[in-house]
Ligand binder design. Sequence first.
Ligand code: ZN
Length: 89
Amino acid sequence: MLCVDALYTRISRPDPNSESKSYNDHTLSKNTIYCCTAFEEFCKMFPSWSYELGRFTIVNTISYDGTTQTPISHCPFCGKKIKYKLKKV
Ligand SMILES: [Zn+2]
């Protein structure tokens, strides 16, 4: 694979905490083909996909408040580019 084609859909949902707000839920396509097995295995073991951001992420910092996730644009294992594509629903 030359790159990862990360196809995802975006659904807007009402915010359960506020009637006037909504948030976006990004779902990664199950047909995503990974650039290498290392990344694929990594994604199976750790929740790398951020539904909030619509991006693969790595955990940047871990604190008492939770974790900070940083979006990535390249595979952390082999360095191939990750192409994010929003699929219209
Ligand atoms: Zn890779």
